[in-house]
Write a protein that binds this ligand. Structure first.
Ligand code: S3P
Length: 425
């Protein structure tokens, strides 16, 4: 409203289902329009004068104007530009938003649609409803759906991976590998594990923040039919950035940087944190460990051996994972490849960024280091450790970033993955 100069007010009415019958008639009388969300999207229907065709398609109302019901979720998703024409589409979930995804895939001319949902009954209802609009190449997934079944486009409509359980992944890795496009309706975090894993493979992947913004814009267009929103496109384009930062402020997450010694974890972590102002603290796990022990890493190895160091490292990692607030944490090169570390990270809902640097690059940076205890046994040993760990880093990583490039480009890649890059930059 601010961007286009509308004098208006948009505020939250928190109404329980039991109070809807009493409160809705009053809202319909006093407000020009409103949005409604779960669990009211169907319950409002009997109170409305009539319904736009969009609401029949999705069986739900999210926008009301002068007593008329509309649904802008489909328009919001369509504006995200996921190309589905002639492609095999895999939809997870069968709730309200999965219905929007499946209907839009059918309308966009998908070659086929498979609905993969825990609730088989509602999945079947969804399949039948899509068939009812004249699209027949849709079915539910079988419980043991072949892993090699190629889905070109993955659309997630489940809450798997949503904050605070950001460790969740709604689709198997093999299916992600084969995809050509990924869309996740979740916008919190702004990049889910699904989105990050796809991006790491170079697959175009989008989180739900744009859909959230676009459905809101579509609602504003309904409420303000005479306003030219396109003339404010520049101001409007900055809104998702503000939203992304707000999501982080409201719902803190931990990002862990991993990678071999010398891959630049501390420097990149500091730079990302700096770009984010006060919204994302920087923590260096080795510094936390040294402080706890009252000695530096070399002294800990000397006094307690590697096993003693790993114990302390595990304790400090767990504490940081469960501390309050958002942070980007540079972990030591061995921290996340220890047994049980990946599971602890996932259980805490943290996301992992792997700085993948070639061996030659890390050796150039740290080859002459006389401090790092694990580098004191010579080049061959260091190379063996590097080779041993590489697949482990890849496995624990949600976002893999090539680290043999300029630091500002690495920072930019991380910020843009989470939609935290300032639109003017
Ligand atoms: C180690 C890496 C070091 C430090 C310790 C062990 C490793 O951190 O935690 O010397 O096992 O790779 P950096 O990766 O920050 O050098």
């Amino acid at each position: 409203m601010e961007a286009v100069g509308i004098m208006g007010e948009y505020q939250l009415y928190d109404i329980t289902p039991e109070r809807l019958g009493d409160e809705l008639p009053l809202l319909l009388k006093t407000l020009d329009g409103f949005n409604c969300t779960i669990p009211h999207k169907q319950a409002v229907i009997p109170y409305l004068k009539d319904l736009a065709p969009s609401t029949r398609l999705y069986g739900a109302v999210n926008t009301v104007f002068n007593g008329h019901g509309h649904n802008t979720d489909g328009a919001g998703f369509a504006a995200c530009g996921v190309d589905m024409e002639g492609r095999h589409v895999w939809v997870t979930g069968s709730g309200g938003v999965s219905r929007v995804l499946a209907m839009e895939a059918a309308r966009a001319g998908a070659a086929s649609i498979i609905v993969d949902a825990r609730n088989q009954q509602s999945a079947k209802v969804l399949v039948n409803d899509v068939k009812a609009i004249g699209y027949n190449a849709i079915r539910t997934a079988t419980t043991d759906e072949a892993e090699d079944l190629v889905a070109d486009v993955i659309l997630n409509g489940t809450p798997v991976g949503m904050w605070p359980n950001a460790g969740g992944l709604s689709v198997g890795m093999q299916r992600i590998h084969q995809a050509q496009a990924v869309f996740d309706t979740i916008y919190n975090p702004t990049a889910t594990r699904l989105v990050l894993k796809a991006k790491s493979q170079g697959i175009p992947a989008t989180g739900g923040l744009k859909m959230l913004f676009e459905q809101a814009l579509a609602a504003q267009r309904i409420w303000n039919p005479t306003i030219d929103f396109d003339r404010a496109s520049e101001q409007l384009s900055r809104i998702p950035y503000g939203l992304a930062r707000e999501v982080l402020r409201q719902c803190p997450i931990k990002l862990l940087l991993t990678g071999f010694m010398g891959s630049g974890k501390s420097h990149i972590g500091q730079q990302v944190s700096l770009s984010m102002g006060g919204d994302l603290a920087f923590i260096d796990l080795d510094e936390v460990i040294a402080q706890r022990a009252g000695k530096n890493i070399t002294q800990i190895f000397a006094a307690e051996g590697e096993a003693g160091f790993r114990d302390l490292e595990r304790q400090c990692l767990l504490e940081q994972l469960h501390a309050s607030g958002s942070a980007i944490i540079a972990t030591g090169g061995g921290a996340l490849v220890q047994p049980g570390a990946a599971e602890a990270v996932q259980a805490a809902g943290a996301l992992v960024i792997y700085l993948d640097a070639p061996f030659a690059t890390v050796m150039n940076r740290i080859g002459a280091d006389t401090e790092r205890p694990l580098l004191q046994s010579g080049l061959l040993q260091a190379k063996a450790l590097y080779e041993l760990r590489r697949p482990l880093y890849e496995e624990v990583a949600d976002l893999t970033v090539q680290a043999d490039q300029q630091a500002n480009l690495i920072v930019e890649t991380i910020l843009s993955a989470f939609e935290w890059n300032h639109p003017q930059q």
